[in-house]
Design a protein around this ligand. Structure first.
Ligand SMILES: Cc1cc2nc3c(=O)[nH]c(=O)nc-3n(C[C@H](O)[C@H](O)[C@H](O)COP(=O)(O)O)c2cc1C
Length: 213
């Protein structure tokens, strides 16, 4: 090994997250932090680790891209036949985490999950590059594939099928919205004395709590 992993540590230096100036509701702060991540040229600032619960109660996590920030939810798109989709079918609740290293910030969100409307999914599908649209037809996400060649042949088959035509959204592809009912903002601080502010939706009201790092 080239380095001792246990010795890897970074000193955080950015300004803190103090109660003064924090909004009563969290989504304006989430929008602000996301805007600042964009401005700081964080690599793929909309990439988030999405955790779901498998039927046996074990966790399952993978990266997806956030594609919308709505009034009280965030959304992402995927294959409704995928493992994550069947996990969400059984346990319609998710947790996700963003890590914006350049800003020394983490945001954790959790809440119940619902499919977005078909119209909304179609609108987003229609905005995707053509090859991603064809990929959505060619890939039975999370299912076994024998070879790379088999996958590429499927892609070519759908390229031919839709040649000269608009690629329609497949029924098996669409969005999910995570309705935010917990969100924690984490700002790295020196000496591991990080700032953590947790907002929790309780009986329709947002409560705010500082947590020890
Ligand atoms: C940066 C990045 C972005 C990704 N974005 C998505 C996405 O938006 N939707 C998606 O279904 N998979 C996305 N993936 C692939 C997933 O991580 C995962 O491999 C796939 O969704 C299958 O997961 P599942 O078998 O748990 O359902 C992305 C992967 C990476 C590394």
């Amino acid at each position: 090994m080239l380095v001792n992993v246990a010795d890897l540590r970074k000193q955080y230096t950015k300004a803190g997250l103090l109660e003064a100036g924090l909004p009563g509701e969290p989504m304006p702060l989430f929008r602000q932090w996301f805007r600042e991540a964009l401005e700081s040229e964080v690599t793929e600032p909309n990439a988030m680790a999405l955790a779901t619960v498998k039927p046996d109660g074990k966790p399952s996590v993978r990266i997806v891209l956030m594609k919308g920030i709505e009034e009280d939810s965030i959304s992402f798109y995927t294959n409704y036949g995928s493992s994550k989709a069947s996990e969400l079918e059984k346990t319609p609740h998710a947790a996700c985490t963003f890590w914006w290293a350049e800003l020394e910030r983490q945001v954790r969100i959790s809440g119940p999950v619902k499919k977005v409307s078909e119209d909304e999914s179609t609108k987003y599908f229609d905005s995707r590059p053509r090859e991603s649209q064809i990929g959505a037809w060619a890939s039975s996400q999370s299912r076994p594939v024998n070879t790379r060649i088999e996958l590429e042949e499927l892609f070519s088959r759908f390229e031919r099928k839709f040649d000269g035509k608009k690629v329609p959204r497949p029924d098996h592809w669409g969005g999910y919205a995570i309705h935010v009912n917990e969100i924690e903002f984490w700002q790295g601080r020196p000496g591991r004395m990080h700032d953590r502010i947790l907002y929790r939706l309780e009986k329709g009201e947002w409560n705010r709590q500082r947590l020890a790092p």
